[in-house]
Design a protein around this ligand. Structure first.
Ligand code: ARG
Length: 575
């Protein structure tokens, strides 16, 4: 892997400390506390303890002996070794770093290793609702991250197009809907029918009858037996759902590579279940259902592979999907990442344990990247799970609402639809990455669109402002293709340091499956830039300074664009 500045620096520093201390010790290199005025800080408490020295004395000794090319000054402060970098050297290093990979911050680390991201996960016959927003947005940003790090990534929507909902839908359609209504309402009509039918099933159960329930099961069996009428229904529902899904995904800038739904794996999953029974791994119980025990993995509940009526289950199609991903591509995948709701944790624990039991995926990491809830504040001021009165908040409604807020944000200015749309969707996305993925997120519309706060529009505006400055300085921009002047960059040291941190942030976000680090990063960079504008007037700078500053602005824009891009957020042309 080609190293970026801070990695090179940390290697050199570690080597130097081995020279001085006579042995290898692990330590962190952090950003120094702003009050110190230094750039980097190395806490030496741990090392000092191990070499049996006083941390203060050790820091003192190291500061005198460090003598690294990039270090302008080193001083001890408490048990920290504070380091001042030479800003000019930092700029030259960054200029070099821009050339070592296609994208600054990217790498060839993955070298085309295969990674699957299982995301979106929409269910047939239901409109795209808020429940699938996070799996979609977080999943796409993981795809972007891993691509940037040189992996061959396959994003698969794994549409939920088999199982009980299918039966519910056919029964409901026959009872409650019509071809015309379907043409008119599309996925929303499918959603309505599904909800109504669920209600009918519930009242049937309460009255002790089973007629509808049996019909549902009959349709499921018909589907598994590849009955032509059932297949026709499935094709129709699938088409409507997919059209709707792609329309919304396009609006969200999400472009999956594959859409192999559960039904694609149905046949194989039935065979697989039988194979496992034949091998005595799975047990066919007296009522006909099939289970596999997972006690040896500390899971008391066995995994259910087939119901007593012989139909396959969610876990069964997931198992067949894993088999497919492991064997049907030109490489064994390095990872299969599931960008799926928190509620499915137990499901994935079971499925992953089962693959272990079968001896599969020995060289593949299976990882469930789950998230917290999307919440809103209710009338009593309490946070609660977001939903509409009808039961599900549709993404269509969310985007429309966001469009209203975005329009208000740019009120009075001549801003086109596309830019407003970028602001609307940008605000929704940024909010999704406002905290680590496990934390519940709040839809607070005013805060999401605040131009002063931690929001998408705030960061987007920083980008728009750079573009407008660069437009005013067109001639200088043409000149500053690369860093040529010998400008000292003293006023720019913080910005340079922030830029130098970018590759590390990308790496950390991918390693931890936490794209939200990019949101925090983009925000910090934008804030740092605002501070800089207050201090420096770029347009009125001297030639030599201006050239260097234009070079820097271009690099900041690229980095802002890249970090937001990973989150799927675009910078508008005007706002
Ligand atoms: N359709 C599922 C749901 O809505 C999500 C699918 C997740 N992916 C998977 N391979 N199980 O809950």
């Amino acid at each position: 892997m080609s190293d970026y500045f801070l990695e090179r620096f940390s290697k050199d520093l570690k080597a130097k400390l081995v020279d001085i201390l006579g042995d290898h010790y692990d330590f962190d290199i952090n950003e120094a506390h702003p009050k110190t005025g230094a750039h980097l800080a190395v806490p030496l408490f741990g090392v000092a303890k191990r070499v049996g020295q006083n941390p203060k004395e050790l820091a003192n000794k190291l500061s005198q002996e460090l003598g690294l090319e990039w270090v302008e000054k080193a001083a001890s402060a408490g048990g920290f070794l504070n380091i001042w970098l030479n800003p000019r050297t930092l700029a030259v290093s960054l200029n070099h770093d821009l050339t070592i990979n296609k994208t600054y911050g990217g790498s060839e680390e993955g070298n085309d290793e295969l990674v699957f991201v299982d995301y979106v996960g929409l269910n047939m016959a239901k409109p795209f609702s808020v429940g699938h927003l996070r799996p979609t947005l977080q999943g796409q940003s993981l795809i972007n991250l891993y691509r940037m790090l040189g992996y061959a990534v396959v994003g698969d929507t794994h549409l939920g197009d088999s199982g009980t909902p299918f039966g519910i839908w056919v029964v409901g359609f026959k009872l409650l809907s019509s071809e015309e209504a379907l043409k008119e309402g599309g996925a929303y009509e499918l959603g309505r029918v599904y909800t109504e039918t669920k209600k009918l099933l519930k009242s049937e159960e309460e009255s002790g009858n089973t007629k509808l329930k049996e019909e549902v099961s009959t349709w499921l069996k018909k589907l598994e037996a590849e009955d032509p009428e059932a297949l026709d229904y499935q094709k129709k529902f699938n088409q409507i759902t997919q059209e709707h899904m792609f329309e919304i995904l396009e609006e969200l800038g999400v472009r999956p590579d594959e859409n192999l739904g559960e039904s694609f794996f149905l046949k194989r999953s039935k065979q697989l279940t039988q194979e496992l029974v034949d091998k005595d791994i799975a047990i066919r119980q007296d009522d006909g259902s099939v289970i596999v025990t997972l006690k040896e993995f500390g899971i008391d509940t066995p995994i259910l592979l087939e119901k007593s009526d012989g139909t396959a289950l969610y876990a069964t199609t997931d198992l067949a999907t894993i088999e497919h991903r492991l064997n049907n591509y030109d490489k064994t995948p390095e990872k299969i990442i599931y960008s799926v709701d928190l509620q499915q944790r137990f499901h994935f624990q079971q499925v992953f344990a089962l693959t272990k039991k079968l001896g599969w995926a020995k060289d593949t990491e299976l990882f469930h990247a789950w998230f917290g809830q999307i919440q809103e504040t209710n009338e009593d001021g309490k946070r609660q799970k977001m939903s509409s009165r009808q039961g599900a908040m549709y993404i269509r409604d969310l985007i429309d609402r966001a469009m209203e807020f975005a329009t208000k944000t740019v009120e009075g200015r001549d801003i086109g639809f596309e830019d407003i749309h970028k602001i609307a969707v940008g605000a929704i996305k940024f909010n999704d990455f406002a905290q680590d993925r496990k934390t519940n997120i709040l839809f607070d519309w005013d805060r999401m669109f605040s131009l002063q706060g931690f929001s998408g529009p705030f960061v987007q505006y920083a980008g728009v402002r750079i573009k407008s400055i660069l437009e005013k300085l067109q001639e200088d921009v043409a000149m500053a293709q690369e860093l040529s002047s010998d400008y000292n960059f003293i006023k720019e040291d913080r910005l340079l340091l922030t830029l130098a941190q970018y590759p590390g942030v990308v790496k950390k976000a991918a390693d931890k499956y936490e794209p939200h680090h990019l949101a925090t990063y983009a925000f910090d960079l934008a804030k740092e830039l605002n501070r800089y504008y207050e201090e420096v007037n770029i347009i009125n700078s001297e030639d030599k300074e201006k050239e260097a500053r234009v070079w820097l602005l271009k690099l900041i824009y690229k980095t802002l664009e890249s970090s937001l891009g990973i989150l799927g957020i675009q910078i508008p042309s005007k706002m």
